[in-house]
Design a protein around this ligand. Structure first.
Ligand code: S6P
Ligand code: ZN
Length: 188
């Protein structure tokens, strides 16, 4: 059997999340996230929320996709800057997140409405089992940086979360980050 390609190395800056060589980048601004935050009155759509730097490989079950995500510090009303969040299109595909910099929360939820919130910070290794939608939230005052690895054919289902939201939101409370119910969440 002939291997499909030769081994390769990518250099990652563990502080900034930048990759060398940089092979692909996705940028999300507030204008890309209309409807994701509860109170979007007066938001500046041009504000950068996060970037994802990928190490692209073929999207097959034989490969492992890897990327770093860098979420800026900031809020929309009381809600911290966060990623869109998604289920994997192949719903049972799992994922691992390694926290590199900053202070965050990994919000996860099942289709049935069960939810879990885990910390992301330097040294955290979070396991996202298949069937759990996942969103990361920067609750600190510096960039949140983490590395993600997942099965190559997982794909992304953004529509379900865009329509229904997560059962909970992470907001700035009087004494720090708080997890509160999302009044707009729809189970089905
Ligand atoms: C991919 C993995 C991450 C996210 C990234 C941005 O399966 O979970 O690389 O893609 O953190 O989040 P989102 O929800 O915009 O894809
Ligand atoms: Zn994912």
């Amino acid at each position: 059997m002939t291997p499909r390609f030769a081994p390769f190395t990518t250099w990652m800056d563990w502080h900034t999340g930048l990759l060398d060589p940089e092979r692909g980048q996705v940028e999300r601004r507030l204008s890309d996230m209309s409807g994701y935050y509860l109170d979007e009155q007066g938001v500046d759509g041009g504000q950068l929320v996060y970037r994802v730097y990928a190490i692209p490989v073929e999207e097959t079950g034989s490969e492992i996709q890897c990327s770093t995500t860098v979420i800026e510090p900031g809020r929309v009303a009381d809600e911290y800057f966060m990623t869109k969040g998604h289920f994997h299109a192949v719903w049972h595909r799992s994922e691992i997140y390694l926290g590199l910099r900053g202070e965050g929360r990994l919000v996860m939820a099942t289709e049935a409405g069960e939810h879990a919130v885990e910390p992301i910070r330097p040294g955290s290794v979070s396991y996202v089992p298949g069937g759990w939608a996942h969103r990361s939230v920067n609750v600190g005052d510096e960039q949140l940086v983490f590395f993600a690895a997942y099965v190559g054919d997982a794909g992304h289902d953004y529509g379900t979360i865009a329509d229904r939201g997560f059962p909970v939101r992470v907001v700035a409370g009087a004494h720090g980050p708080e997890v509160v119910d999302n009044p707009r969440y729809r189970k089905e």
